[in-house]
Design a protein around this ligand. Structure first.
Ligand code: ADP
Ligand code: ZN
Length: 187
């Protein structure tokens, strides 16, 4: 008996956390032994839950590095959930493979692209080695078409390609957008 790697990707607001929570809750209903993790930097709503933008949640252990996952895996763990997987280092890929080889169902959710529309962290590598990949779409906040990109806004204006990740004093926000409405100024 072996496990699987399932990956849930898409832009912000596409329902990745919602879908991860749904799968983990169903596994719990089936009396499976479930454990969930998230990077410690993501304290969007709560430090000990995965919380979706529409308010559903599930317990999750905040961890600083991918390898911490291994110290929580006891013999009886059947399902491992990982949210915001793009914030981990590439080691998460080897760990997911190891867990799946050992019989665990690994479900990872995260951004496949950053706000520049470029592949984000370890997510692309994880897709490559996964059995199942679901790419979700949000609703484009400009035109209403399916959105596969995340628009970064600084004080309401589209962020530039080279804007620093941390902008002191600026009001930063994110929006789901389609290919046509996504703006990234490269100069
Ligand atoms: P993700 O983990 O992909 O960021 P969440 O699961 O946290 O997504 O949130 C999905 C929820 O976000 C939707 O059910 C909806 O209530 C809300 N939402 C807000 N803005 C949008 C949008 N532009 N398109 C789709 N859903 C949106
Ligand atoms: Zn659009």
């Amino acid at each position: 008996h072996h496990g699987y790697i399932e990956v849930i990707i898409g832009p912000m607001y596409s329902g990745k956390s919602e879908e991860l929570i749904r799968r983990l809750k169903r596994a719990k209903i089936a009396k499976q032994n479930v454990i969930a993790f998230k990077p410690e930097i993501d304290n969007r709503y709560s430090s000990e839950d995965v919380v979706s933008h529409n308010g559903t949640s599930i317990d999750a252990i905040p961890i600083k590095s991918a390898k911490e996952i291994l110290s929580y895996i006891k013999k009886n763990v059947q399902v491992v959930g990982i949210d915001e997987v793009q914030f981990f280092d590439d080691e998460i890929v080897d760990i997911a493979i190891k867990l799946a080889d050992e019989g665990i169902r690994v479900i990872a959710a995260g951004l496949d692209m950053d706000f520049k529309g470029e592949p984000f962290g370890p997510t692309p590598k994880l897709l490559a080695v996964a059995e199942f990949v679901d790419k979700l779409q949000a609703v484009c906040m400009i035109c209403g078409e399916p959105a596969h990109r995340t628009q970064r806004l600084i004080n309401g204006e589209p962020a530039k390609y080279n804007d620093p990740i941390i902008l002191v004093g600026a009001k930063e926000s994110y929006e789901a957008r389609c290919r046509k409405c996504h703006v990234i100024d490269k100069d």
